[in-house]
Every structure is written in C-alpha cells, then in structure tokens.
Design a binder for this molecule. Structure first.
Ligand SMILES: Cc1cc2nc3c(=O)[nH]c(=O)nc-3n(C[C@H](O)[C@H](O)[C@H](O)COP(=O)(O)OP(=O)(O)OC[C@H]3O[C@@H](n4cnc5c(N)ncnc54)[C@H](O)[C@@H]3O)c2cc1C
Length: 392
C-alpha cells in the first residue's frame, strides 16, 4: 500500500459505510473484512441481530448511495414508539403522524445492512474490498501496530482505521486503553413470529430487572429483547423452545400477545466501553472500537455512522488540501467533534439503565411520573423525540 492509502480493518456496518463514503468521493481505500458478506435469502426467517436506524442514519445511507442496495422487503418501518414503566401509569408514546412524518425509523437485520453496504462498496473503483480477507497479523510496534496480511506481507498504509468492533485488537495493540463498565446484564434476544403479527409500533417496558422490548421486523415478524441478569440469561437459553416461549409469554406484557414461531434466540453481554483516545499516530478508531453503549435505545450503530460521516468529510478535506492522509490536526478535530456526542449518549443510556433498574419504591413513582409528563407533550416530549430520531 502507498503512504496515501487508507486501510479500513473491519467491514461491519460502520467500516463499510466509511469505505462507501470515501470511495464515492474517489478517495482510495482498502477494506479488510474477516467474514464473507451474508445476504439473507428473501424467504429466510429474520436473523437475530437487528438495528434500529434513526432518520439521520437513513439519510446518510441514502446520501452515500447505500440505501438502494437494501432489499426493502426486509426493512421494517416503525411509526410509533411506546415506553412505560411496570410500576405505574405513566406512558410515553409518540407517532410519526403527530410529527407529520411518514416513519420514525426502520429496523433492519445487521447482516443484511452489512451485506448491502459491502455489495455497494464492491462496485466502487477507488475501493479494494477483501471479504473474506486473509488473516491479518497485528503486532504492537514502536510506531503503532505493525500489520501483515497472510500471503502478502507487511502493509504500510498512510492511515489505518480500526472499525474492528468493541473488542478491537487494533486498539489494544496500539495500547489505547478503554474506560469500561459492566451493567451486570445480558440482552436475551429472540426472533419470533408473534400473534397478532407485529405492526409498526415498537414498545419497551421498563422493569427493575431491565427493559423488555418488541422491535417490529418485516413481514409481521419481531425481535424480542429481554434484559436480565447473566445467570437468568443462561437459564433462559438452556430451556427448550417450548419452555422459552412460555417464559417470555409469562414475563412480557400482554401487548406481545402470543409467540407462534420462535426462529432463533441468543444472548449478548452488555458492557460499556469508551476509548481513552480516538487516534494515535496513523491509527484512528470508529464505531464500536471507539465506544460501545447500552443498546436499550438502539443507538450504537447510529453513533458509528456519525463517526464515519464525520471522518470521511475530514479526510476528504485533507485530500483536497493535499495534506497527509493521517494529518494529526485533522484526526484531533475528528475526536473533538465525536467524543462529546458519543459520551453524552453513553451517559444518558447509563442514566436510563440505573434509573429504571432501581428497586420499586419512591424512585419508581418519580420515573413513572417523568414518563407521564414527557408523554403529555411540550418541551420534554420534543426533547425526547429529537433524541430518539436523531440522537441529539
Ligand atoms: C443486543 C444488542 C442490540 C443492539 N441493538 C442496536 C440497535 O437497535 N441499534 C443500534 O444502532 N445499535 C444496536 N446495537 C449496537 C450495534 O450492534 C453496534 O453498535 C454495531 O454493530 C457496531 O458496528 P461496527 O461496525 O462498529 O462493529 P461490528 O459490528 O462489531 O463490526 C466489526 C467488523 O470487523 C470485523 N473484524 C474484526 N477484526 C477484524 C480483522 N482483524 N480483520 C478483518 N475484519 C475484522 C468483524 O468481522 C466485523 O464484521 C446493539 C448491540 C447489542 C449487543
């Protein structure tokens, strides 16, 4: 690779979006993605990992030319969000109609979005896509991690982008530490066919154990998310399918109805991580390698796409001015722009988590009253809405 080249390690949703953004501007880049893209077949049940994309992310995907690559039959619009607390009357509900919008956002399977992005990237002249890539060996070095690709040897790009996820080996090899914390919670996720079929409403009920949520997917299917203690997650996963269905139907609010088909289930430990630096030398972090947040409001990939958008615009600016591709003031400006936004979202999610998992009692009445108040309209509701739709 030449010193002017950009190497993106990780072609997940964020790395692939960044590659797309750079490539459409004619900026040379290479993407290494360990796994081959997996398109879900049209008649295949929904995959387990799904993401809510807010309006800002949808606009970004449209802007970089990736949106049209998605199979719209597997993209589910949602136009109502309802949130309430198990202990009280307070309900916060908002709809697209009251805002004069056609939808509030969409749910899409992660693998589908990733495959669409990689397919779009594969068409770009300026980007070389290796998916599946040969094994990348990463060694800590004096001037940042030394990278060598099996069968090719040492890679010496001008800029290395770590888009390699929350456990980022690149971040670790660079010696960039993280602030991290454990929520002592797992998200038990199930893809199901509910009865009645899921519509266009996504709901979340807070309980002292953690939230329970229904995310509507295409074709009436849904993704159920149940936040529980790690031991309970293990118990739930050890149940037979039939027992698991009963456990969910018993624990979830009647809004769920029944589960006709359980397609798949799994569990994910919930941790927060925030990198102490977003860049060092010629290495820069984007997406989950820089920050991982509690997923209760489904904002993780939305933040990552904003990292990609910001970084791509700054690289393009450096390119225009014929500055080095890892120009340090440019990377510092990227961190200054993105860290406060990511930090605010991470802290807000932690606040929600601690506030809503507190035992029932006086605090329960306060949070219930808070939801009721927010639900009645005015400034608070507008604020919550802006946060949900745009993440700011
Ligand atoms: C239960 C749960 C629910 C969630 N729900 C939502 C939601 O509703 N909305 C939302 O916005 N976010 C949600 N998130 C968060 C979201 O999934 C992450 O923020 C998002 O996946 C981060 O994308 P990424 O591209 O940064 O990292 P990843 O998705 O982790 O992608 C990293 C990629 O790098 C590749 N890779 C790693 N190392 C190498 C290497 N050495 N060589 C080549 N390739 C490599 C991997 O194969 C992978 O494809 C949720 C998270 C969880 C745990």
């Amino acid at each position: 690779m030449r010193p002017s080249d950009i190497l993106i390690v990780g072609g997940g949703m964020v790395g692939a979006a960044l590659a797309m953004d750079l490539g459409r501007r004619g900026i040379p880049a290479r993407v290494l993605e360990a796994r081959p893209p997996e398109w879900p077949a049209a008649d295949e049940p929904p995959r387990l990992r799904v993401s809510a994309l807010n309006r800002r992310s949808i606009e970004y995907l449209q802007e970089i030319g990736a949106w049209s690559w998605l199979d719209q039959a597997r993209v589910a619009d949602f136009d109502e969000v309802v949130t309430w607390d198990i202990s009280g009357e307070g309900r916060l509900s908002f709809t697209a109609a009251e805002l004069g919008l056609d939808r509030l956002g969409v749910f899409v399977e992660n693998q589908h979005l990733q495959a669409a992005l990689l397919a779009a990237v594969g068409e770009l002249q300026a980007v070389q896509l290796d998916a599946p890539a040969a094994t990348l060996h990463i060694e800590p070095g004096e001037n940042g991690p030394a990278l060598s690709l099996e069968g090719e040897g040492l890679l010496e790009p001008g800029l290395v982008v770590a888009a390699d996820g929350a456990m980022s080996p690149l971040r670790d090899a660079a010696g960039i530490g993280v602030w991290e914390g454990d929520y002592d919670q797992h998200a038990v996720v199930a893809s199901v066919r509910p009865r009645p079929l899921a519509g266009r409403t996504t709901w979340q009920r807070f309980t002292p154990e953690g939230p329970q949520a229904l995310l509507p997917l295409a074709d009436g299917n849904a993704s159920l998310v149940w936040y529980v203690k790690p031991a309970k997650a293990r118990e739930l996963l050890a149940l037979s399918d039939k027992q698991f269905i009963h456990a969910v139907e018993d624990a979830f609010p009647s809004d769920l109805g029944l589960i006709d088909v359980l397609y798949d289930r799994g569990s994910f430990p919930i941790r927060r991580r925030h990198a102490r630096r977003y860049w060092q030398g010629n290495l820069v972090l984007v997406g989950d390698s820089a920050h991982a947040i509690h997923p209760l409001a489904g904002q993780g990939v939305n933040l990552g796409l904003r990292d990609a958008r910001d970084l791509a615009a700054r690289i393009a600016e450096a390119h225009r001015k014929a500055l080095p591709v890892a120009h340090s003031p440019m990377l510092a400006a990227y961190e200054r722009a993105r860290r406060p936004d990511n930090q605010l979202m991470q802290s807000t999610m932690s606040l929600f988590h601690w506030g809503f998992t507190a035992p029932l009692g006086p605090l329960a009445r306060v949070r219930s009253a808070g939801l009721g108040l927010a639900g009645r309209g005015g400034w608070l509701k507008r604020r919550v809405l802006r946060y949900a739709l745009e993440g700011r």
